[in-house]
Design a protein around this ligand. Structure first.
Ligand code: PLP
Length: 385
């Protein structure tokens, strides 16, 4: 059987990982500043994580949500404490799209309304409603098309206010605190505050998609926290399980549960909870949010000094480096010549999404390599191009 060919693939077979380093089948070492797409939060094969999963596997790996799973309660308690949202309620699922799907559905159950406001440049996943609120018509199949979604310009307070005037059926507003796929665009604090205000005035639900920008990556648990207002639902996945598929939503106490409202077979299973707990234990024990703020802040300020770079955006260890078009090949050179993984966003943004325990030494290794490539490319590009 062939694989269904949907990914452009780099010809590299990674067989081992330790912290922020990964190794291919020929023993070549790579510095991982991509974190497998913001997933690796505490580093590859962290010993505590491996042990906790191994121990759990020897006990029990899975049983369904029809029985008590005390690990879920432990995860909820720890997550509530570390995120500062202790009065919220946790629902566990398996991926980011599923988290957003559940959040949008729950919002509509809550207020009985139908329309969703989403923003230009957004990415919220590939399942039916998640893809319908994603601003990329190429990945929306006809069956996913709906009139229930209103796309507004990014951070346009006037357009947002007007949308609420024009529409009395707005159920929710969904927004990434920092757009990831959209090119590392940071939502302004005043815009997030405006969403809070308008949702309160119109009985709409504020959904903070924190799948990529959350879980401590920016130095705060949720990047939306910088605005000093709470969302009603936060959606999470990626870093939550450090590679084990764990997703979840946390829900404001004002939204009350009812049996059957949401459900899942795999979500919150024993192994997933063990992975989720191991991540939070390491984040807390090793102060990883502080490290993300410090090493990320250092990277951002050093990158801003490079004159070849058009713009540096982001917070903590969620960084976008916008390059001019003539430097489009820098990512390839980083990977194939210098063995450094980075992410990309179209048209020409290098995305850094490393583990939250990235060391300053690894940050320096990247900075030295990156500036040497930019210097070299500058000298070979004829003036005027
Ligand atoms: C902001 C955001 N939301 C949702 C998703 C979807 O997550 P998943 O691929 O786990 O379904 C992603 C994935 O990249 C994302 O970046």
């Amino acid at each position: 059987m062939k694989l269904f060919d949907v990914y452009p693939i780099n010809p590299i077979n990674i067989v081992k990982g330790r912290g922020s380093l990964v190794y291919d089948d020929k023993g070549t070492e790579y510095l991982d500043l991509y974190g497998g797409h913001a997933v690796i939060s505490i580093g590859h094969t962290h010993p505590h994580y491996v042990k906790r999963l191994e121990d759990q596997l020897h006990q029990i790996g899975f049983y369904s949500n029809s029985i008590e799973i005390p690990l879920q309660k432990q995860l909820a308690d720890k997550l509530g404490r570390i995120s500062g949202k202790e009065d919220y309620q946790l629902f566990l699922c398996n991926s980011g799209a599923e988290a957003n799907e559940n959040a949008l559905k729950l919002a509509s159950f809550y207020n009985g309304k139908k329309k969703v406001i989403a923003f230009k440049g957004s990415f919220h996943g590939r399942t039916s409603l998640a893809v319908a609120v994603t601003d990329n018509p190429k990945i929306v199949a006809p069956v996913n098309e709906t009139d229930n979604v209103i796309f507004l310009p990014w951070c346009d307070e006037q357009a947002l206010t007007q949308a609420f005037v024009d529409n009395k059926d707005i159920s929710s507003v969904i927004i990434e605190g920092i757009q990831g796929v959209g090119g590392i665009q940071v939502a302004s604090e005043s815009f997030l505050q405006k969403i809070r205000l308008l949702c309160d005035q119109n009985n709409a639900v504020f959904i903070a998609d924190s799948v990529q920008c959350g879980y401590g990556r920016t130095g705060k648990f949720f990047s939306h926290d910088f605005a000093g207002v709470n969302a009603d639902i936060y959606t999470m996945a990626k870093g939550m399980g450090n590679g084990f598929p764990v997703g979840g939503i946390i829900i404001s106490p004002k939204i009350l549960p009812a049996y059957g409202m949401l459900g899942t077979t795999f979500g919150g299973n024993h192994l997933a909870c063990a992975a989720g707990l191991a991540v939070l234990e390491i984040m807390e024990q090793d102060n990883l949010m502080q490290n993300a703020a410090e090493v990320g802040g250092y990277l951002i300020s050093e990158l801003k000094k490079l004159k070849e770079v058009k713009e540096v955006r982001g917070r903590g260890l969620m960084i976008g480096i916008e390059l001019p078009a003539e430097l489009a090949d820098v990512r390839k050179e980083l990977l194939f010549t210098h063995h450094i993984f980075t992410g990309e966003a179209k048209p020409n943004v290098v995305r850094l999404l490393p583990a939250l325990n990235l060391t300053k030494a690894h940050a320096d290794r990247f900075l030295e390599t990156f500036s040497s490539i930019l210097n070299k490319q500058q000298t070979v590009i004829p003036q005027g191009l």
